[in-house]
Structures are given as C-alpha cells and as structure tokens.
Design a protein around this ligand. Structure first.
Ligand code: KG4
Length: 340
C-alpha cells in the first residue's frame, strides 16, 4: 500500500501544502504574502492572519491537484519550528486537527531539516540526482547560515553556523540601506549580474573554526556608502551594479571559504546547498566551479525548492514517518529549535 503524506509549512510568510506518494511529489501549493512588501520585511502579526486565511484553500488545492481525498492520507507532517510563533501556530493547529479528524499519525518536522533534505523530493518523469550519505549542506537563508553534516535523513550535525546575522539578513538589510528594496537577495543578485565584482573591497570577518559572521560586512558597507555619498550624492545611482557585484562576491567568498574548509576537514565531497539564498546565481556558479576544481559532487536544489515550501516538509516528514516517529498532540510549535 502507498504512503501518502500531506506536508504543511507555515513558518514565515508562505503558506504551503504538498502531497507526496511514496516519496514522489503529487502537488506543492504555495501562497506567498505580498502584504509585507510595503513594510520592507515580514510583519509577524500580518503573517499569522494571512496564514489563517490561506491554510484551508491551500490544503484543499494541494489535495485536489494531487488527485487525492483527505481520507486517502496516511499521515500529516507539519513544520514545528523554527520560525515565527504565530505563523507556526496556524500550521500546527491545522495539522493536529486534520490528523485527529482523520485518525491518522501526525509527524513533526524541523523546518531546517526540510531545507537540508530538499534534494530528495522526487518528481515522476524527472531526473532526480540525490546526494549520497554522508554529505554537507550549506544552509543559507534569511534566518540561518550553517554548514550541516548529514549522515542519514534523520542524522544531522551542525559543523558551523553564524554567530550573529544570517547571510540572507545581510542581503536584505544592505539592500534596504542602499535603497534598493525588499527582499534584498534577488534584487542584489540581479544588479550584481551587470557589475564588476572586483571593483570594491569589503572587510571579511576572521572567525575561528567553521562559524560565520555577517554583521561586520553590513557596517563596512554602511560606512563605505556614507563616505562615498558625501563626496558624490549620485555615487549610489552611478555605481549600484558594481557595489552589488562586489558586495555579493564578498558574501560568497565568506560562505565558500568555510564550506571548502569543512569539506577538507571531513573529507566529504558530496555537497549540497539549501535555503532562500541558495537561489543566488553567483553562489550557485561558485559551488559548481569549486566542485569541478575539488572533485566534489554538487547538488543544487531546483529554484522552487530554495524558498519555503511544503514539499520539503512532506519529504522530511516521510522519512520520520518511515522511522516510526509519531508526534503527540500536546506538542507546541517553537520559534527556536536548539537541536537540529
Ligand atoms: O529560506 P527563506 O525563503 O526564508 C527565510 O529564512 O526567511 O530565505 C529568504 C532569504 C531572504 O533573505 C532573501 O533575500 C534571500 O533568501 N534570497 C536570496 C535570493 N533569493 C532569495 N538571496 C540572494 N540571492 C537570491 N537570488
């Protein structure tokens, strides 16, 4: 008999539901929330309200696109955290209610595990390259910058992580600082493609081990832009492509230095990336270039699996389900998760 898992994701500002059958994706529906754009960042209260409005239609649409009835489901998997508590509450409560009403198992998923396992979502008729274990995942998003060692779908170890800001935050905050808009990552990525990455230099942090820091580069950019604008008020407008290209290159250098170090230290040559920033075209190119140079096998997630989506929650939930893990009904969502 088939295992049909419904995944529910509501950790930030995307309400998403996906259905997978025996590891193959049948549907993946995402409702994004444009309401935050004018605020230059996600407003938690507005996010929870939008999740409340979206959750029923999104789940219904995912079931209907999958050609599956609620009664056909084997289990419900949901994101327990980390994320915005009010947002997580909507998905968690809905998942619990659905599992109870259908009398089927409930499985909880760490959102970050979803990103790290995104390469395992299979689609019928599509080639699916999956890393073999152990592999390293560079997990880079608006909330995280980590190097994770993955020994099995349920066995993770964080080798290094940011001690302050996440790299996505650096993209977003610096974009705002330069008056370019939100979210900053895609905007800087697009402008960087037309600029010279060697034109300007920004200070890189010296953090021991495999940890990251991205708060210093923000300050470095802030002072740089302030000083140049004092000399020429048009400086930003005239040079934004080169500034973005140089800034993005610095961020990518910082990320890659530690990833290369982790690969050397562990001897692992199976390399993946995940999270919102893994959509960055410069980072994707660099991972492939370094991969060719260092004989890594590299696995880049499809763009649709880089941002928050329930397909990755459903596949992670499927692994937990197969391992016999079940979630009690009194489990509460958590904004931070200490262990992975
Ligand atoms: O994983 P994600 O969707 O959710 C959060 O962690 O909140 O990541 C969102 C982050 C944002 O910081 C956004 O600017 C960044 O991913 N991002 C990018 C690109 N696309 C999204 N950063 C760099 N280049 C991109 N193309």
């Amino acid at each position: 008999m088939s295992d049909i898992i419904l995944g529910i994701e509501s950790s930030c500002d995307d309400t998403s539901a996906a259905v997978i059958r025996d590891g193959y994706l049948l549907s993946n529906v995402i409702a994004s929330q444009a309401v935050h754009e004018s605020f230059g960042g996600v407003v938690p209260e507005l996010a929870s309200r939008a999740h409340e409005q979206n959750i029923v239609p999104v789940v219904s649409e995912a079931l209907s696109r999958a050609g599956v009835k609620a009664g056909d489901l084997t289990a419900v998997a949901f994101t327990r955290g980390p994320g915005l508590l009010g947002s997580l509450l909507v998905g968690t409560s809905f998942a619990k209610a659905l599992a109870v009403s259908l009398d089927i198992p409930l499985v909880m998923v760490n959102h970050l595990q979803g990103h790290v396992l995104a390469n395992f979502v299979k689609e019928e008729g599509k080639e699916n390259r999956q890393p073999s274990f152990p592999y390293l995942c560079l997990l880079v998003s608006g909330g995280n910058s980590q190097i994770v060692r993955v020994d099995s779908p349920l066995d993770f170890e964080i080798l290094g992580q940011t001690i302050d800001d996440a790299v996505g935050e650096a993209f977003d905050k610096c974009s705002k600082m330069m008056g370019l808009g939100y979210p900053g990552g895609p905007i800087i990525d697009r402008l960087a493609a037309q600029g010279d990455p060697e034109r300007f230099k920004f200070a890189k942090p010296h953090i021991p081990g495999l940890d990251y820091s991205f708060s210093g580069i923000k300050t470095s950019l802030l002072y740089f832009v302030r000083d140049e604008l004092a000399k020429d008020p048009e400086f930003m407008e005239k040079n934004k492509e080169d500034i973005c290209a140089s800034f993005q290159k610095t961020l990518i250098d910082i990320l890659m230095d530690k990833l290369i170090k982790a690969a050397k230290q562990t001897g692992i040559k199976e390399i993946t990336i995940g999270g919102g920033v893994s959509a960055n075209s410069g980072l994707r190119r660099r991972v492939e270039e370094e991969g060719r140079k260092r004989r890594w096998n590299t696995y880049l997630p499809e763009f649709k699996y880089t941002t928050d989506n329930a397909a990755m929650i459903a596949i992670a939930g499927y692994f937990h389900y197969l391992a016999g893990e079940r979630c009690p009904l009194d489990v509460a969502p958590v904004s931070r998760m200490a262990d992975f």
